[in-house]
Design a protein around this ligand. Structure first.
Ligand code: GLP
Length: 242
């Protein structure tokens, strides 16, 4: 695992956007795995700036979703499909035909999860997966004690994660769904390059467990220690407990 400490979130965004641009210059049809949350926004802004400056061509790039709420209509503004369309695909000028995601509205959620794993494999696998991290060390929506070998499946959110995400639902925890579909930790580990970005003091404990703790299901992000090509990008605040 490589740990890169950057001065601030913008520098982290620039560093990761450049890694994505390098990948796309060599492999124009690369499959980029993207994450939601506030942390990755500087990455998407920096990559969009590179596209607009003509530094990288994303016309053949493909985008894969990490996780999704169960039961929110796909066009709900806070479904992760909507969030990614708004924050990633539209700014980059990538159409939804190049987008892969699980169906959080499916009648048969187990089948939808299996179908998504199969779709990722059929697409050749994720080339670079961008990850944020929850304050409890979760990646995607793999909450603490998720199996490190897990595949895409339905999960129940912890109270802490619902509290953390209520800010996207007018601060009203009652609007935050209880269930989600998430790529499993085993699924995530199949991406060829994992890049985790963490910024701010609130992530310092989770980052310390991820990087210096034992590989343990209690900190799902610690599974990155098992991956042959994992990069953890942290600002000074998130690195403060290393
Ligand atoms: C959610 C997402 C994760 C994300 C996490 C942290 O739980 N499912 O993928 O990493 O939030 O979000 P933020 O970056 O806003 O702190």
């Amino acid at each position: 695992m490589e740990v890169v400490i950057v001065p601030d979130a913008a520098a982290g965004g620039e560093l990761i956007a450049e890694a994505m641009a390098r990948l796309l210059r060599g492999t124009p049809g690369a499959l980029l795995g993207v994450a939601t949350g506030s942390t990755p926004l500087p990455v998407y802004e920096a990559l969009t700036a590179k596209v607009r400056a003509g530094e990288v061509d994303v016309s053949r790039a493909r985008i894969a979703q990490l996780d999704e709420y169960v039961g929110l209509p796909a066009d709900h503004p806070e479904s992760y499909r909507s969030v990614l369309r708004r924050e990633v695909l539209e700014p980059l000028g990538i159409g939804m035909d190049a987008f892969l995601g699980p169906d959080g509205t499916a009648g048969d959620i187990r089948a939808a999860c299996a179908a998504y794993d199969a779709a990722l494999a059929a697409a050749g696998g994720v080339d670079l997966q961008l990850l944020g991290i929850g304050t409890d060390g979760h990646i995607g929506f793999n909450e603490p004690c998720s199996s490190l070998a897990s595949r895409t499946r339905i999960k129940t959110l912890t109270e802490q994660t619902r509290v953390d995400n209520a800010r996207f639902f007018d601060g009203d925890i009652d609007q935050v769904p209880h269930h989600v579909i998430t790529q499993g930790i085993g699924t995530i580990l199949e991406a060829r390059h994992l890049v985790l970005l963490a910024t701010g003091e609130g992530k310092a404990d989770a980052v310390a467990s991820t990087v210096e703790g034992p590989v343990a299901a209690v900190c799902p992000a610690s599974a990155l220690q098992l991956h042959p090509h994992a990069t953890v990008v942290v600002d000074e605040a998130a690195a403060s407990k290393l």
